[in-house]
Design a protein around this ligand. Structure first.
Ligand SMILES: Nc1ncnc2c1ncn2[C@@H]1O[C@H](COP(=O)(O)OP(=O)(O)OP(=O)(O)O)[C@@H](O)[C@H]1O
Ligand SMILES: O=C(O)C1=C[C@@H](O)[C@@H](O)[C@H](O)C1
Ligand SMILES: [Mg+2]
Length: 174
């Protein structure tokens, strides 16, 4: 069975969905965005699952969707920002080409739009986002086969860097 060519991880606003779409198009494969699949399975947006069913229910469904994607999606996989909190998911990622999309705090804040309601950022969104980034940074770094900066780079430039990081890509030495 075919498994993913690349798995994108990173915080909210890192660009996993945007870059995932562009990377899949470049490679001529399908993108599996686990947040999209979770929402489809639940029949409601991710934010509603958090609010109505609670974070543990969301994480359980997320684990199921992520396990399926890592085992059998033959294209690009973009994980939700918190998917790496699950120890089984972290163990599964050891077998994959994991690309950590790095983003500076100011850009992440701008990109997620701190004025839009997000269950995990309710209250003081800036402080919560900063804390979330600090807590998760070591996890993202520890899982990465490749780390690709996104701040100041167009999504297509991010795709260039990911393609160059794929196993089997030789550096052009001409
Ligand atoms: N390299 C980039 N430069 C500038 N803007 C970007 C870049 N990548 C993504 N964006 C913008 O940032 C916003 C968030 O991007 P995206 O939804 O892809 O992030 P994400 O990592 O999937 O976040 P989430 O964890 O919320 O799903 C979008 O408006 C997107 O257009
Ligand atoms: O950072 C997180 O924990 C989350 C990020 C999003 O991708 C969604 O998966 C959800 O909003 C939770
Ligand atoms: Mg996304």
């Amino acid at each position: 069975m075919s498994t993913p060519i690349a798995v994108l991880i990173g915080s909210p606003g890192a660009g996993k969905s945007t870059v995932g779409r562009a990377l899949a198009e470049r490679l001529g494969v399908e993108l599996m965005d686990t947040d999209v699949e979770i929402a489809a399975r639940a029949g409601k947006p991710v934010g509603d699952i958090f609010v109505q069913d609670g974070e543990p229910a969301f994480r359980a469904l997320e684990r199921e969707v992520v396990a399926g994607a890592l085992a059998a999606h033959p294209g690009v996989v973009a994980l939700g920002g918190g998917a790496v909190l699950d120890p089984d998911t972290r163990a599964d990622l050891a077998d994959h080409h994991v690309v950590y999309l790095e983003v500076e705090f100011a850009d992440a804040a701008k990109r997620v739009g701190l004025d839009t309601p997000r269950p995990l950022l309710v209250g003081n969104p800036r402080t919560k986002l900063r804390k979330l980034l600090e807590e998760r940074l070591p996890i993202y770094r520890g899982l990465a086969s490749a780390t690709v900066p996104t701040s100041g780079y167009h999504p297509e430039e991010v795709v260039d860097a990911i393609v160059a990081s794929l196993p089997g890509q030789k550096e052009d030495t001409r």
